[in-house]
Design a protein around this ligand. Sequence first.
Ligand SMILES: *[C@@H]1O[C@H](CO)[C@@H](O)[C@H](O)[C@H]1NC(C)=O
Ligand SMILES: CC(=O)N[C@H]1CO[C@H](CO)[C@@H](O)[C@@H]1O
Length: 287
Amino acid sequence: MASFMFQLVLFLMTRQVLSVGSNPHSVHRDDFPDGFIFGTASSAYQYEGAVNEGNKGDSIWDTFTRKPGKIMDFSNADTAVDHYHRFQSDIELMKDLGMDAYRFSISWPRIFPHGTGEPNVEGINYYNRLIDALIEKGIKPFVTLYHWDLPQILEDKYGGWLSRQIVKLARYLRDKYGNPPVIITENGMDELNSPFMSVKKALKDDKRIEFHRDYLSNLSAAIREDKCDVRGYFVWSLLDNWEWNSGYTVRFGLYYVDYKNNLTRIPKASVQWFKSLLRQRTYVSTT
Ligand SMILES: *[C@@H]1O[C@H](CO)[C@@H](O)[C@H](O)[C@H]1NC(C)=O
Ligand SMILES: CC(=O)N[C@H]1CO[C@H](CO)[C@@H](O)[C@@H]1O
């Protein structure tokens, strides 16, 4: 297995929109240090679907979504955006954007359907295929170990004690390593998924562009001027997806997912914006 990185999740779901500066279109990959990583982020439950495939066990969210009235639009993530079956073409989209990395999470109940015991070969194979496909396209995999989808059986047995273990782990790492490099592992802005809004209008996500532009120009300044050790920035998210209690009522994607038309991915304006931000500049030698 090729090398990949494990990351603790640092959630940074900023909603604050910063004021627009004088040169709003200037932010570019070159404003960041060499090796700075741009990526998109996702989580297993919000993306994969296929909740009953591959010998997967139930997660606490599978149980929760089946309780009436818990999810705003009465939806569930049984299909989500079908990333489980479509990850190959989704990786093509990341490549096309010029992204360096992809952060995804491992569905715990896909690996341990019964919470503990022997790992499930089908689950492991799925993540191996995903990781191999990313590496083949030159996109670095960042793996989140836990993104809320605890196996139901662990919740039943231990009342979720493992999530307290995760907090303990995070504290331990902070105390042990002090001031570590920071990766912004998700930052994004949602818009209401209004049934009355045309697709054409939904694709014009200028507010999202403004949001990322302001954030990135500030981040670049923090790195250059304040010497903050920030190493990467992950956009939440590549695709519109299933947003926990909000179900499908909000859209966070750079790509619009057409839920009425076979989950087709359609680029929003922000895709073009990120493409030009991420484009490598080619310098012409004059000698
Ligand atoms: C829906 O999209 C998937 C992935 O592109 C494709 O394999 C499938 O054939 C499509 N289904 C229909 C009914 O168009
Ligand atoms: C601290 C900092 O750099 N703030 C800047 C954030 O971005 C906006 C818009 O580009 C600027 O106006 C702020 O000065």
